[in-house]
Design a protein around this ligand. Structure first.
Ligand code: ADP
Ligand code: MG
Length: 165
């Protein structure tokens, strides 16, 4: 299992991290599980992925619709963006009305830990955490460093290293 931790200073850096470190490694059929509190940056991360994958946007919080499919505009995999917050298990993601199969897509599941593992043996777990103990910036309350941890499970990721291109 590969594991790596990286510090992300702001939202733009989160998009860049997703676009330059994670997206280049992704192919159709891949599953990414995102863990982190509300406001941790899961959707921001997914926006960076979507830009880099060249899918039709905008990537936004899917909270009220559970899953949204973003088709590729460059002949690559589509992006399936799932919010599992209200779901019990994702063993039957096929029951969701997706426009695209998991095999032909990159699937990103917010709040997916403990729910989406059944979808694939091979998966990336990405955990986003606010730094603890930092003072809240009242002028810009959204500001905040995030600690991001990547854990890769399965043979698919055995030889993959995550580095900025
Ligand atoms: N380092 C950072 N990474 C990601 N988002 C950040 C960061 N610093 C501040 N933010 C802000 O935090 C918020 C994250 O929201 P969002 O991505 O919707 O979180 P989630 O999907 O985890 O609930 C955004 O307003 C974003 O601008
Ligand atoms: Mg979100």
């Amino acid at each position: 299992m590969t594991s790596a931790t990286i510090t992300i200073p702001d939202a733009e850096a989160m998009r860049t991290f997703a676009a330059e470190v994670i997206a280049p490694q992704l192919a159709h059929g891949d599953l990414v599980i995102l863990t982190g509190d509300l406001g941790a940056g899961k959707t921001t991360f997914t926006q960076g992925l979507g830009e880099a994958l060249g899918v039709r946007g905008p990537v936004a919080s899917p909270t009220f619709i559970i899953a949204r499919t973003h088709p590729s505009e460059v002949g690559g995999p589509s992006l399936i963006h799932v919010d599992a917050y209200r779901l019990g298990s994702l063993a039957e993601l096929d029951d969701l009305d997706l426009d695209s199969s998991l095999d032909s897509s990159v699937t990103v599941v917010e709040w997916g830990e403990g729910k989406a593992e059944a979808l694939a043996e091979d998966r990336l777990h990405i955990t986003l955490e606010r730094e603890r103990g930092g003072e809240v910036d009242m002028v810009n309350p959204d500001y905040g460093v995030r600690e991001v941890r990547i854990r890769a499970h399965g043979d698919r990721w055995a030889d993959v290293t995550f580095e900025r291109n």
